[in-house]
Design a protein around this ligand. Sequence first.
Ligand code: SAM
Ligand code: SF4
Length: 378
Amino acid sequence: MDKSSTKPLSIYVHWPFCLSKCPYCDFNSHVSDAIDHDRWLTSFKAELSYFKCKVEGDRVVSIFFGGGTPSLMKPSVVEGILNHIYDLWDVEANCEITFEANPTSIEAHKFKAFREAGINRVSIGIQALNDEDLKFLGRQHSAKEALEAVDIADKIFERRSIDLIYARPNQSLKAWEGELTRALSIINGHASLYQLTIEQGTPFYTSHKRGDFSIPSGDEGADLYDLTQDMMESAGMPAYEVSNHAIEGQESAHNLTYWRYGDYVGVGPGAHGRVTIDGHKHATRIHCAPDIWLERVAKDHNGLQACDVLSREDQNIEALMMGIRLSEGVSIADMSLDQARLNTLVQEGDIILDGDMLKATRKGRLRLNSLLSYLLSS
Ligand SMILES: C[S@@+](CC[C@H](N)C(=O)[O-])C[C@H]1O[C@@H](n2cnc3c(N)ncnc32)[C@H](O)[C@@H]1O
Ligand code: SF4
């Protein structure tokens, strides 16, 4: 069969465990010393088989192990999941298969086994390049360990990305410029650079509210963002998404599926998916609690908490919310957005309209939420 005529699909696998919980993080992650890895493998396989029977899409173009901390998985479990995906679907020869890794030395020494299990891209959560800030962020690794993990990864994986968090308490423009300069010497094609956000329900939310620390103000954050964009553009890695930078060709195919509003299956506790079932796009959400997920999958072969049909309007809104994050922009041909509001945003320098494509400018990208609510409230 001509492969281009088949429907592409991405697969997200959520591993919900970490060594410890970082105080800023609101991802679905838990600390446990009693993980039955074999049972997790069986359950992931069962949920993947369940989705295979339901969803359209026969050509897997990317697979992503996210978390939590997937580098804590047993490589044999990763291999078992990948083999199962190969058994169920037609997987493209150049399929991007990423896992998120924390750079403790124990995890870095498992990289080779992950490569042998079938992983070809690693995303390493470095977060900061100085030990004081790593400690503040509650990380379990030093800057030196992180650099060693990068070295090990580069000998093993075809592709590698790093995550950094900036706009940390008291971080001056000069300090971030120095740190990003050092980071650039190890960024070899892709980096995700996030501004620290204080998420409700996290320990940082409480301590920040109590006044234990402050983070850069809106204006300071905007200056840090500008500096980041300037430095990454000069280094040949402009943002292809608000927080993601790559040299051409090194963009994350998996994340592009989300932002281009493609279909993806999400398995494991708390995973979200966007899949086509009987010709209709659905939003899926898996139960977050690991134990409940295991029980439900054992009983029903899936841990779905929601599987909702998306109306055409819902889809347009979601496609806009995701696509506006991309430098390439988003097609608004099928959307009925208010022309006067679009014109206002163009005049204010927040967006550019290029035919049917709407693109946020650098200025607009800094205030995407208010921009979207302005556009969508009309
Ligand atoms: C699923 S998380 C982490 C993956 C991996 N467990 C780790 O910690 O490296 C993906 C990324 O989101 C970013 N992140 C998580 N919470 C954040 C926050 N509150 N503010 C900014 N970035 C955050 C971090 O850079 C992190 O590497
Ligand atoms: S940032 Fe990563 S290691 Fe820390 S709690 Fe969140 S998922 Fe776990």
